[in-house]
Write a protein that binds this ligand. Structure first.
Ligand SMILES: C[S@@+](CC[C@H](N)C(=O)[O-])C[C@H]1O[C@@H](n2cnc3c(N)ncnc32)[C@H](O)[C@@H]1O
Length: 328
């Protein structure tokens, strides 16, 4: 059961068969409430917006409730285009815009960015703001289409976030707060059932809830983080993947990878999922399919599958898959 290849459904076919309900994945109010309750996240986006000279048009990509577009209007932008594929969230964003007196200043496009006819957006955009971040930074299809929006940003205009770095470190300790060795999964294993969902899961919000342990391990060099990927709006391709050469002072073999990120929302406003005040994201621990001798070259592959978001993820070393495919 645990051999890769035995679980490889054709998600693209499932979605093409007319079942697009996957895009309703984010139509859960609870999820958006958690995002709004995250003081660290809200404060940093708010601080970044405060740095701008407001005016003109803002495009909010993955607007959800519309909070970022509405904040921009509050600060003096004149019109907000909210791009949001979840019909339920788009309807709620419309309600919120009216409730806050911005009904006339908002255009809602109920689609994923990659499906939006760009002619429906202005040729000149003053601000692109987006929070389609995951514990691996990327993975929403919106990232593929961001370069075409970036091209439309006026001289003196802004993009939030403007840059980000994804870091990886080798480890032989399982940092995940819960995993196959704890809780119900461990019980199921003890009665002889193999459940490999943890190993195949990409937790968009991360899975290491004790951030202090990770910070301490970085400080004492038990974890040696290396840049694995970056985005930067000044790069023509927006996203660049690196080959990270991993090593460790604590182990000769890696059995897992620890991942975390930092994004730049404004020149002096940075946000990292290692920050305890940020409660929407945590670092991500990914178990490896077999121990990997260090030093080792590690690369991240994005696999288009469209279920429910555009990409699944897999880690490779020297052309060999070292993790399972990680599905949302
Ligand atoms: C993390 S939420 C952020 C919501 C809101 N901007 C906020 O800051 O609270 C990401 C949003 O992006 C939307 N989304 C997912 N894929 C998308 C895509 N390809 N294009 C545009 N929006 C997308 C989701 O439906 C979700 O509402």
């Amino acid at each position: 059961m645990s051999e890769e290849g035995e679980f490889a459904p054709n998600f693209a076919e499932i979605c093409a068969s007319g079942n697009r309900s996957s895009l309703e994945e984010y139509g859960r109010f609870q999820q958006h409430l958690v995002l709004l309750e995250d003081r660290g996240r809200v404060a940093r986006y708010n601080a970044a917006l405060d740095q701008l000279s407001p005016g003109g048009v803002v495009v909010d990509v993955g607007s959800g409730t519309g909070v970022l577009g509405l904040l921009a209007l509050k600060k003096g932008f004149e019109h907000a285009f909210l791009i949001e594929p979840s019909r339920k969230m788009a309807a709620y964003a419309r309600h919120l815009a009216h409730a806050n007196g911005y009904g006339e200043c908002v255009t809602i496009l109920e689609q994923a960015l990659e499906h939006v006819d760009l002619d429906r957006l202005p040729a000149q955009i003053d601000l692109v703001v987006s929070e389609t971040l995951s514990s691996l930074l990327f993975g929403f299809g919106s990232w593929d289409s961001l370069p075409s929006l970036v091209q439309r940003v006026t001289r003196g205009g802004h993009i939030i976030p403007s840059a980000g770095r994804l870091y990886v470190a080798a480890t032989s300790s399982s940092f995940a707060t819960r995993g196959p060795d704890s809780d119900g999964l461990a019980l199921l294993r003890s009665v002889g059932l193999q459940m490999d969902l943890f190993e195949r899961t990409f937790r968009s919000g991360g899975n290491v809830y004790d951030k202090a342990t990770v910070i301490r391990a970085i400080q004492d060099r038990t974890l040696i983080p290396i840049e694995l990927a970056r985005f930067d709006v000044t790069l023509p391709e927006l996203i660049r993947f690196d080959r990270a050469v991993l090593d460790s002072t604590a182990t000769a073999y890696a059995t897992g990878l620890m991942l975390f990120w930092e994004v730049e929302l404004a020149p002096d406003v940075k946000m990292t999922n290692l920050d305890p005040v940020v409660t929407s994201w945590y670092p991500l621990y990914v178990p490896l399919r077999r121990p990997v001798q260090l030093p080792a070259v590690v690369e991240l592959r994005l696999l288009p599958i469209d279920a429910p978001y555009k990409y699944a993820f897999q880690f490779e070393s020297e052309g060999e898959a070292i993790s399972h495919v990680l599905y949302w």
